[in-house]
Design a protein around this ligand. Sequence first.
Ligand SMILES: C[S@@+](CC[C@H](N)C(=O)[O-])C[C@H]1O[C@@H](n2cnc3c(N)ncnc32)[C@H](O)[C@@H]1O
Length: 222
Amino acid sequence: VADQRTYSKGALPLSAHAKASFDAIYPPQFYNRIPKQGVFMDIGTGIGRDAIAVHNRSKGRLLVIGIEPEEGSYEQACAQYPDKDIVLCHNWDDVGKVKRNRQIAYLAANIQDLETPPPKLKADFINCSAVLMFVPEQEQDQFLQSLHRLSKPYRDIFLRWRTDMLKGQMIKVEERDLVRKLINHSFFPDVKPDFPDGAPLYRDFSWHDMIITPTQKGYSPA
Ligand SMILES: C[S@@+](CC[C@H](N)C(=O)[O-])C[C@H]1O[C@@H](n2cnc3c(N)ncnc32)[C@H](O)[C@@H]1O
């Protein structure tokens, strides 16, 4: 049962999670920066809530790719959104066949295990929400390298993590360490206040938000 999976302990029940309004979850700094067309990736998409919301908002102009390793989440996504044509993919060839106007790609993988996508499938925007706390410390470098490979250079990646209510195998992400790692992996980190005008009442946890930009390898702001 999805609600009992380790990663979601303490979070909203699945049905409430699926119904949550996009604008209540994400600040305008996130959704205002999503391009009108191109490729959008939702890493750790789970039941696909954010991927579906972005596909709806883009009116089919964005190729939306949800990436998720958890077995069973694809079936849950299909059950939760029966009106949506969510296509299970196992590699970039499968993703390349998805019709962006009426389908959503669901790529079953850990991002660390994915090959570099062909240039036309690299992301113009990545959402990576509530995933970082689940990546073990020893895999964080590989995870960040993978994020870099998935994106076109100088595009935005929205990174969201929490440091409260950590359960099970979740790790505490220290912002200082994360910024250091991001710079080592050639990202420009831009820390954002979470809802500068006050978060909506409807929240499950308090979140840390950052927009990071992959630069060319070897970039150093120093
Ligand atoms: C708490 S859920 C977040 C779901 C959704 N993104 C949200 O914001 O509500 C974390 C998800 O990240 C996925 N995940 C963990 N490590 C991952 C990795 N290396 N690559 C892709 N997804 C990963 C988990 O399987 C899980 O579905």
